[in-house]
Design a protein around this ligand. Sequence first.
Ligand code: ADP
Ligand code: MG
Length: 137
Amino acid sequence: MSEKTLSIIKPDAVLKNKIGAIISRFEDNNLKVIAAQMLMLSREQAGAFYSVHKERPFYQGLLDFMTSGPVLVMTLEGNNAITKNRELMGATDPAKADTGTIRADFADNVEANAVHGSDSPETAATEIAFFFPNLGG
Ligand code: ADP
Ligand code: MG
């Protein structure tokens, strides 16, 4: 089933010139970039985007990190895009991520972990609408 999901290349990976390498992972696995926007997140934007984590001890540090440099926000489309993207990303902590995943190859640590990806159809819809309000469903 064709789906859309939200991907963010985070400031650590942008800083390391890994945008192209990461997008190649998506394209080589039949995920198509159908929208993209490079921007600096404001603290308010980052806080709202990650509001589900606002009670977590890492929340303020996460906002510091996500606002530390530009990010590339994308909508990806393809069969089972949500699950496929999460598989390509690997585990949140790169030390636990499977060999060959984006996080195993490009992430620094559990906070600076190269990429974001929506984790369910509901969050994909919310997160796509957050950055790309003109993209339906
Ligand atoms: P994921 O990005 O794999 O869906 P979560 O939704 O659990 O992971 O967390 C959101 C983001 O918060 C992570 O990608 C990471 O940048 C940061 N994060 C998660 N857990 C920690 C932690 N224990 N310490 C620092 N940062 C964390
Ligand atoms: Mg998450």
